[in-house]
Design a protein around this ligand. Structure first.
Ligand code: FAD
Length: 580
């Protein structure tokens, strides 16, 4: 093992035997027992997957698959989940990053969806307040705009009612002057006033990973970079498992399961094709782009949901010294992995900004980074991308594979409940076996063990005090605590005894990402575990060489592998900044 790796292992060994954040690790028969969702333990997860027969095998490690795995394992099922790339690398890291009820769907009279998503918002927040932050959203109205004062007021009131919003968070109507005070850069010409209502800001990838970690901690066998390649069938042509390819080594192995759930997001049709399933309904993909600006060029302290010249609605959201704006909504054909931010996308968003924030002299050169994702929508003939419903549907193939498609990040828990209810029925029919009821409504996700969201502020304060004693700056500590919630102590623990040239906080995050969040590649760390590539690209530029070298020595990469991981990271940097 390289010197870096040796040092790290020695360091970890010390931590294993120490108390504090690592005290839950146990040493059995001279060997560390595996309790960690670690990149170092993937082989052991594969061994387990190969040797057991699971009740449920989930294909897809986005928020939908993660939610299903957590629901199923907490009902007593034996669960395996495979993700062909990194967790959340599909749509679940490319959304508008809001846990929201979908105000605009009221325009389409999708009352049931709005009510359900609205109620789910509160549950997602309660179970993971470290990844879900209430955010007052401003809906300005102008002469001749989509909404007037009356429609905004009534619309928001209905929204509050449907979502069962608590009194302190119910909508408030603002005068023109109050609206300008909150968002001084907003278009003043024709401005009549605004409505204020609460949505929740999230980090979609971290939400997914926290749900995944919770499922793993409850006993699910989960791994990334493992692709379901073909299905296995019994003599009655019922699917009984899948051949899986480890995409890091090329090794193949078989996973046996009584039931398979296809949660492959934009790829659900490709997975159904592996099964030669008859497809009455299919997906249509719609691309959505977001662009990130520094607050020095787009100063905004108040999130705004605004009209565009073509009658759509776009968000501008302040976050960590940046403002991000989106989204576009255009049909997309092809492999979602090949998607790029086009000139047309950039024009559309910049034009929308000019329309609602005319005083800002923003140009395309000011774009700092961005991302594009595809919505997996269920095809509805004759409808444009923004008109198609975002609701989810469940299909079952003749071979017994259950597919879940459509839906929203916000509704992941409820979607999982519905699909696992069905799995329970199917398993009962098969072997007369009973499983417990769904318990995820009151189940904190990883890092969310505050004893109630209302206690978060106090716990965060306590942890900041604790970490300050550990030699981290107050700002850095606060950032870590807000991001990792009740797991922050572990991250801070890893930052102790930093043997690299990386800053302590980044070092702690890197080790935590590798040892407890299964980060395998530099892109996993910079995009899905920390979001740095999207919201603080300067950190990536400054530290990428050190991070790649560190990972290379830890994982024992050859020169060729190191270069290829660096190239992959550089490609993602280029991709995020093609906007420029
Ligand atoms: C632009 C945009 C904005 C959005 N904004 C919001 C928002 O603000 N709020 C909200 O609630 N929702 C939002 N959504 C919707 C939300 O992001 C999606 O509904 C959600 O992320 C879908 O998650 P998923 O797990 O179904 O799909 P994905 O996250 O794409 O996960 C599917 C996974 O399956 C894996 N996979 C595919 N094939 C295989 C295979 N053969 N073997 C193993 N793994 C496989 C893929 O690699 C992928 O990671 C938005 C969507 C977009 C595109």
């Amino acid at each position: 093992m390289s010197s870096f790796g040796t040092i790290l292992h020695r360091h970890l060994k010390e931590l294993v035997f120490s108390s504090g954040p690592f005290s839950y690790l146990t040493v059995r028969k001279g060997r560390r027992s595996v309790n960690l969702f670690s990149a170092m333990e993937r082989t052991r997860v594969f061994e387990r997957m190969e040797s057991e027969t699971f009740d449920v095998m989930v294909i897809g490690g986005g928020i939908t698959g993660a939610g299903i795995a957590l629901d199923a394992v907490t009902r007593g099922m034996k669960v395996a989940l495979v993700e062909m790339s990194d967790f959340a690398s599909g749509t679940s890291s490319r959304s508008t990053k809001l846990v929201h009820g979908g105000l605009r769907y009221l325009k389409q009279f999708e009352i049931k969806e709005v009510a359900e998503l609205g109620r789910e918002r509160a549950i997602v927040y309660e179970n993971g307040p470290h990844v879900t932050t209430p955010e007052w959203m401003l809906l300005p109205f102008h002469e001749g705009g989509t909404f007037g004062k009356m429609t905004t007021s009534v619309g928001l009131m209905v929204y509050d009612f449907l979502a069962g919003v608590k009194k302190s968070e119910r909508r408030r109507m603002l005068s023109k002057e109050e609206t300008i005070k909150r968002a001084p850069v907003i278009k003043k010409d024709g401005l009549l006033g605004g409505g204020l209502y609460v949505e929740y800001r999230t980090d979609d990838a971290r939400l997914t990973i926290e749900v995944m970690k919770a499922a793993f901690a409850k006993g699910a066998a989960i791994t990334n970079y493992a692709k379901a390649n073909r299905f296995l069938y019994d003599s009655n042509l019922r699917a009984v498992g899948a051949e899986v390819i480890d995409r890091l080594t090329g090794d193949r192995f078989q996973v046996k399961a009584k039931l398979i759930i296809n949660a492959a997001g934009p790829w659900v049709d490709s997975v159904r094709e592996l099964d030669s399933s008859k497809m009455d309904k299919h997906l249509i993909l719609s691309k959505g782009v977001h662009l990130v600006f520094d607050q020095s060029v787009f100063p905004l302290s108040q999130a705004v949901y605004f009209d565009t010249p073509d009658g759509r609605m776009v968000f501008a959201i302040p976050r960590e010294g940046k403002t991000y704006v989106g989204t576009t909504d255009t049909f997309f054909e092809g492999n979602p992995k090949d998607m790029a931010i086009t000139e047309e996308d950039r024009h559309y968003i910049v034009k929308s900004i000019h329309y609602m924030f005319p005083e800002l002299s923003i140009s395309e050169e000011d774009i700092e980074s961005g991302w594009a994702g595809v919505r997996p929508l269920i095809h509805e003939k004759g409808k444009g991308p923004s008109e198609i419903s975002r609701k989810d549907e469940i299909w079952e193939s003749e071979s017994g594979i259950i597919t879940i498609a459509g839906g929203k990040l916000t509704g992941y828990r409820k979607m999982a409940q519905t699909v696992v209810d069905r799995a329970v029925r199917r398993l009962k029919e098969k072997e007369d076996k009973n499983f417990g009821p769904c318990i995820t409504k009151n189940l904190p996700i990883s890092g969310g063990d505050f004893g109630g969201a209302f206690r978060m502020r106090q716990v965060v304060k306590e942890m900041v005090d604790f970490a300050f004693d550990e030699g981290l700056s107050a700002d850095e500590t606060a950032e870590i605590v807000k991001m990792y919630g009740t797991n922050a102590k572990k991250v801070i623990g890893y930052s102790k005894g930093n043997s690299s040239t990386l800053p302590n906080g980044l070092y702690g995050r890197l080790l935590y990402a590798i040892y407890e969040e299964m980060a395998v590649k530099p892109v996993d760390f910079f995009i899905r575990r920390t979001g740095k590539l999207l919201f603080d690209i300067s950190v990536v530029m400054k530290w990428k060489d050190e991070v790649v070298s560190y990972m290379a020595s830890l994982f024992g990469w050859s020169e060729e592998e190191r270069n290829s991981y660096m190239e992959e990271l550089d490609f993602e940097i280029l991709y995020a900044t093609t906007a420029q």
